[in-house]
Ligand binder design. Structure first.
Ligand SMILES: CC(C)(COP(=O)(O)OP(=O)(O)OC[C@H]1O[C@@H](n2cnc3c(N)ncnc32)[C@H](O)[C@@H]1OP(=O)(O)O)[C@@H](O)C(=O)NCCC(=O)NCCS
Length: 190
């Protein structure tokens, strides 16, 4: 008998996903945590980072494998530079190298275009070759400034395709949530 394929779902994260997001970031491998936050950060700082997320403003996309949140893209619009946002990615170590990071970034770019964001910034450590590759594959221009590598993606205006992709994916989320809710209801006895 063949083991069943793992289920993979990518969707927008909502405030209700806060516990899963906090757990994902807290359980990153130590080196990945350092790369994500460009330095050594405490559990306390990560908890604060998660608790302070403004869910109305920030856009987060999560990748769930067999129900576990194992990849996240965070896009934070920059208040002092309209039309621009900063993006950060994380993928659990055991699932890296399988295209999840690249797909999360591609999806973030679609959402950014649909919101008329023209520029996305990514900051990482210069030795972070995986992030540099993922950014480059998605069209980023990279530059190194001392101890920082900065990526800049220019996003064109939305197209019918980007708008259709987002609306289809939101509809699928809605259907998925409805099915999840129904399947968690106690069985009705007549
Ligand atoms: C950066 C990160 C999100 C990438 O996620 P991922 O799922 O591994 O990414 P992908 O599998 O889509 O792509 C990784 C790419 O890096 C390439 N790569 C891996 N090791 C590499 C290296 N040493 N040098 C150059 N490229 C490398 C892979 O071959 C792949 O490119 P390809 O698709 O052309 O083959 C993930 O490694 C991570 O979470 N790192 C820790 C947190 C972090 O660094 N975040 C970025 C700062 S915000």
């Amino acid at each position: 008998m063949r083991a069943s394929e793992p289920s993979l779902v990518m969707r927008r994260l909502r405030a209700g996903d806060l516990p899963a997001l906090t757990h994902h970031l807290l359980t990153l491998a130590p080196e990945d945590r350092r790369l994500r936050f460009c330095g050594i950060v405490s559990d306390e700082l990560i908890r604060r980072h998660c608790d302070n997320i403004d869910w109305q403003r920030k856009i987060l996309i999560g990748c769930f494998v067999d129900g576990r949140l194992c990849g996240v893209a965070e896009m934070a619009p920059l208040a002092d530079a309209p039309g621009t946002a900063e993006v950060a990615l994380t993928v659990d170590h055991d699932l890296q190298g399988q295209g999840i990071g690249s797909e999360l970034l591609r999806r973030v770019i679609v959402l950014a275009r649909n919101r008329f964001m023209h520029t996305l910034h990514m900051v990482c450590l210069p030795e972070n070759m995986k992030m540099r590759r993922v950014a480059q594959k998605n069209g980023a221009k990279l530059s190194i400034h001392g101890t920082e590598a900065a990526g800049r993606i220019k996003a064109p205006w939305p197209s019918y395709l980007t708008l259709a992709e987002e609306s289809l994916s939101e509809s699928l989320d809605l259907v998925r949530t409805a099915f999840d809710t129904v399947s968690h209801q106690p069985a009705r006895h007549h």
